[in-house]
Design a protein around this ligand. Structure first.
Ligand SMILES: Cc1ncc(C[n+]2csc(CCOP(=O)(O)OP(=O)(O)O)c2C)c(N)n1
Length: 621
């Protein structure tokens, strides 16, 4: 029988001895590899925190303790140990366990995460709530060195150091974000990791202190002060001490004995502590150790080889964006590319290889990226910020205040727009049309396929205005790519089919859905016009108003929430022009969409072609 079979809660972990914990670590790794090989998921980050999570629950097993997992992609081990060892098999599947902590999923999920660098703020909030309620439980944030590049983490450290609440921040330092980590602090941590002088000095300090005879009173105080100042001067972590934290480490994050001992000591420290833990991303599975980027978030794979099970049929939208950006980069040396720690995810890494001096990976710092890009544009360059739709939410004020207000011609390539599938509610990019459309001076484009995406990128760089192009996750439609890039007239839609009593006005990915829907309706004798709107802003008002006059029903289709989106824009136009026309808005209702395969989510949201055809028929009756 496996030890894992006996583990239902952290209390069961607390009962195990070191050998049993080691055995359990092996079993958990096996489970993680099996589940992610089937369902896909964040394997490498979880393999890196097996011992850390075990040690944490061994020392702090009580249910009332709160652990906030930064980003939360490394919380599978936590889920296995907190009552979900069976349901982990459903990880990331429709109706199954979420790939991120979710407060509605388990009382052990202290705070929902998915977007980076929130854990210290959340842990501080929980610590304040605990103290105000007169309670005593332990509050811990576990944050990676990648997540520590995000601005919120510093805001929270700054505040926590000042408030001096009892809380623990565990810095899980594996020297990797998704790609290699970047930035000054990363360099600093790297020195702490690798420079033996640092570590030796720390050992020297400890050794020296052990040798000081056990004198009482004043001498001990002096020794303490000496210890602090030597430590301060010679050992890593001074920066955290300066901010008001007690710094401990670095410790080997795969050594259960050491981890448990240090966590037991931390139990008794009544102020903010930062424990610096060194781990190896992908630990215990060779392919993941060799290629932690690939196994950061991986699709289903063969365990024996690490090969992905599904091969691509067509290039992805990201591939085409990346290729076009490099092509344009050769033609115009003013073009710069920015990414917030998503070089491979956004395809910016190809641009980086071709133009390292014109590429900027800012770390997980979306706000900073947007303001910096605005200034680069004002400085005479053509910055392209490649970013996932969901992560640009972070930088709303920077969009308004730094980009749009100053009319800085920044191009935003918004990848993963629309429903993303398995990553779920924290990652769906379904708000961008709403949060961009209400900003003056913004141009918003949505390509109907990957060929149009390349023309849009070219056009966006020509418009000389703040411009966003939003495109979906995954493969393109497999269409031919035009050799020559062309300038799309600003604000002009494309009429794809111009006869019929119903007008389907579609943006982006929904153009294909509109075509499928028109086919279904045609079988029932309902003839539809189809418009590829191309621009959500500026809207092709002339076309919309003409169709409103000529058609029985206008149907707007978008892969975005309905409030504030493209359909709202059409309604606003009709109201403003005092045109009375029946409109059916198709999009995502005012709700958060969970995780699961995209097809299932589309069906549930009633935005797949058969559901839309049904809704149109109902409406016509
Ligand atoms: C705001 C935001 N931007 C980008 C991401 C994408 N992302 C997920 S994990 C990750 C890297 C995190 O690195 P680290 O914190 O070191 O954790 P590790 O995976 O190395 O354990 C990034 C960039 C995100 N989740 N949130």
């Amino acid at each position: 029988m496996r030890i894992l079979d006996k583990i239902n809660t952290p209390a069961d972990v607390a009962k195990l001895n070191i050998d049993e914990l080691k055995q359990l670590a092996t079993e958990i790794r096996k489970e993680l590899i099996e589940v992610t090989s089937q369902n896909g998921g964040h394997l490498a980050p979880n393999l890196g925190v097996v011992e850390l999570t075990l040690a944490l629950y061994h020392v702090f097993p009580e249910e009332e303790n709160r652990v906030v997992w930064d980003v939360g992609h490394q919380a599978y081990v936590h889920k296995i140990l907190t009552g979900r060892k069976e349901s982990i098999k459903t990880l990331r599947t429709y109706g199954g366990v979420s790939g991120f902590p979710k407060i509605t999923e388990s009382p052990y999920d202290a705070f929902g995460t998915g977007h980076s660098s929130t854990s210290i703020s959340a842990a501080l909030g929980l610590a304040i709530a605990r103290d105000l309620a007169g309670k005593k439980y332990q509050v811990t944030a576990v944050i990676g060195d990648g997540a520590l590049t995000g601005g919120m983490a510093y805001e929270a450290l700054n505040n926590a150091g000042h408030l001096q609440k009892k809380m623990l921040v565990i810095l899980n330092d594996n020297n990797m974000s998704i790609d290699h980590n970047v930035g000054g602090l990363s360099d600093y941590l790297n020195r702490a990791r690798s420079d033996p002088a640092y570590i030796k000095s720390k050992e020297d300090v400890e050794e020296l202190l052990r040798k000081i005879p056990n004198v009482g009173g004043k001498m001990l105080k002096i020794a303490d002060r000496l210890k602090d100042s030597l430590r301060y001067l010679l050992v890593p972590g001074t920066i955290f001490e300066e901010m008001g934290f007690k710094y401990l480490g670095p410790v080997n994050g795969h050594d259960l004995e050491d981890l448990i001992e240090i966590l037991k000591n931390i139990k008794n420290i009544n102020r903010p502590v930062l424990l610096h833990v060194l781990t190896k991303k992908g630990k215990g599975y060779k392919p993941a150790e060799a290629n932690p980027e690939k196994f950061h978030g991986v699709s289903p794979f063969e365990i024996a080889t690490g090969e992905l099970k599904k091969q691509k049929k067509h290039p992805t939208y990201t591939d085409i964006f990346s290729r076009t950006l490099v092509r344009l980069g050769h033609e115009d040396e003013k073009i710069l590319a920015l990414t917030a720690a998503m070089g491979s995810g956004t395809g910016v890494n190809n641009f980086a290889r071709a133009f390292p001096d014109r590429t900027f990976d800012v770390g997980i710092a979306e706000e900073h990226a947007v303001t910096m890009a605005a200034a680069m544009a004002i400085g005479g360059f053509k910055p392209v910020v490649a970013i996932y739709s969901t992560f640009l939410q972070r930088a709303y004020d920077q969009l308004v205040h730094d980009v749009a207000l100053q009319q800085a011609p920044v191009v935003f390539a918004l990848d993963r727009a629309g429903l993303v599938g398995d990553d779920g509610a924290t990652h769906h990019g379904v708000f961008d049309l709403s949060y961009l459309r209400n900003i003056p001076n913004m141009t918003i484009m949505c390509p109907k396929d990957e060929n149009e995406l390349q023309h849009m990128l070219y056009s966006a760089l020509m418009y000389n205005k703040p411009t966003a192009i939003r495109f979906p996750r995954g493969e393109g439609r497999g269409v031919e790519l035009d050799e020559n890039l062309k300038l799309l007239p600003l604000g002009e839609s494309e009429m794809l089919k111009n006869d019929g009593e119903i007008a389907l006005l579609a943006v982006g990915s929904m153009v294909q859905t509109a075509e499928e829907c028109a086919e279904i309706l045609a079988r029932d004798g309902i003839n539809c016009r189809i418009v590829n709107m191309r621009f959500v802003k500026p809207l092709d008002e002339k076309t919309v108003l003409n169709l409103a006059k000529e058609c029985r029903l206008l149907v707007t289709l978008e892969e975005n929430v309905l409030p504030g989106g493209f359909g709202s824009g059409v309604l606003e136009l009709l109201a403003e022009q005092k045109v009375q026309a029946p409109v059916l808005n198709i999009g995502i209702d005012d709700q958060f969409v969970p995780h699961g395969k995209k097809e299932l989510l589309f069906r549930d949201c009633k935005i797949d072609a058969p559901s839309i055809a049904e809704r149109i028929k109902e409406r016509l009756q």
